[in-house]
Write a protein that binds this ligand. Structure first.
Ligand code: G3H
Ligand code: 13P
Ligand code: ZN
Length: 332
């Protein structure tokens, strides 16, 4: 058993209490490799923002849990070396079973999500409670989910979304003991969050997605005052990255994300954690495609992964400062 405390990480409890009070949200950024991790930490140190490093089941399979834990340990030391001991959480994203969650808790994770959102309600409660009971014995915090997002959720893919039912949230959170709750109010995973038919088009032909259901969020906040809420599927799919990708041999037609001003509004509410993965993938891919196209003789990975890391850092800094409002709150 390796405790996250030995690794220098923190759980989400204090972080969320401060975010709730300060009306901002913490960035939960997915990572699978060293460049992503370095970019996230450098951006959060430079903007003095707390951060959640997020690992999906796919990332675990890709990178190996021991390597990921040691990267998280390295990120704590890296932040220190860069001059600011920002609070860092290592979080399991979309945990699919008790065993996966336990394995992460036993391997130095400070927070886990157990995603039973696709299960019948009572089964979601039973699975989530089992994880909470184990996690809390180790002072690890747990995120549960009610409602289903459209799009790809790790290996679970759903064609349609079911909004969270506000009448269920008190019963779910009391019976499971979760520390935070992921909800479905119209966000969606991946770079194709809505079909063109679900959107309108502006004068330039850019797809405008349907607005988030802030009415449902408000009802949830009334039911659970002061309870930390999580938004998944919150990438904005910046069209400048899509354009670069398409101009350099890529093919991302009709990709669309969540407008940043809606996320800014959500971050000022009970939403304390906002998950962003796809925007990082787009930033890296756009940079690498451009370099491959412009410098076909280049074959040193540092010459394209380095600039991709710089672009990622810029993107995460922008999220902390202009979208989440977490900048400047690392030492609250
Ligand atoms: O919610 C899903 C995340 O974007 C992780 O995706 O399973 O491809 O790593 P992944
Ligand atoms: P995006 O695909 O919108 O980045 O969402 C990521 C996410 O929710 C990870 O759990
Ligand atoms: Zn998610």
């Amino acid at each position: 058993m390796i405790s996250y405390k030995e690794v220098g990480l923190v759980n989400t409890r204090d972080m969320f209490a401060k975010a709730m009070k300060g009306q901002y949200a913490i960035g939960a950024f997915n990572f699978n490799n060293m460049e992503q991790m370095q970019a996230i930490i450098a951006a959060c140190v430079e903007t003095k923002a707390p951060v959640i490093l997020q690992v999906s089941k796919g990332a675990r399979d890709y990178a190996n849990i021991n390597i990921l834990r040691n990267m998280a340990r390295g990120s704590v030391e890296y932040a220190h070396e860069l001059g600011c001991d920002i609070p860092i959480v290592l979080h399991l994203d979309h945990g699919d079973s008790f065993q996966t969650a336990k394995d992460c808790i036993d391997n130095g994770f400070s927070s886990v999500m157990i995603d039973g959102s696709h299960l019948p309600y009572e089964e979601n409660i039973a699975l989530t409670k089992k994880v909470v009971d184990y996690a809390h014995e180790h002072d690890v915090t747990v995120e549960g989910e009610l409602g289903v997002l459209a799009g790809i959720e790790d290996e679970v893919s759903s064609a349609v979304s079911h909004y969270t039912r506000p009448e269920e949230v008190v019963d779910f959170s009391t019976r499971t003991g979760v520390d935070s709750l992921a909800i479905s109010i119209g966000t969606s995973h991946g770079a194709y969050k809505f079909t063109p038919e679900q959107c309108t088009r502006n004068a330039e032909g850019i797809l405008i997605p349907p607005p988030l259901r802030f009415d449902i969020l408000e009802e949830i906040e009334k039911e659970l005052p002061g309870f930390p809420i999580v938004l998944h599927g919150a990438s904005s799919v910046p069209q400048e990255y899509v354009k670069i990708i398409n101009e350099h041999g890529g093919k991302l037609a009709d990709s669309v994300g969540i407008p940043e001003e809606q996320l800014r509004k959500a971050a000022k509410s009970a939403v304390c954690k906002i998950n962003i993965d796809s925007d990082g993938r787009l930033a890296m891919t756009a940079t690498i495609r451009r370099i491959f196209d412009e410098k076909p003789a280049e074959f040193d990975p540092r010459k394209y992964l380095g600039p991709a890391r710089e672009e990622l850092k810029k993107m995460y800094m922008h999220k902390n400062v202009d979208v989440l409002g977490s900048a400047g709150h690392a030492l609250d």
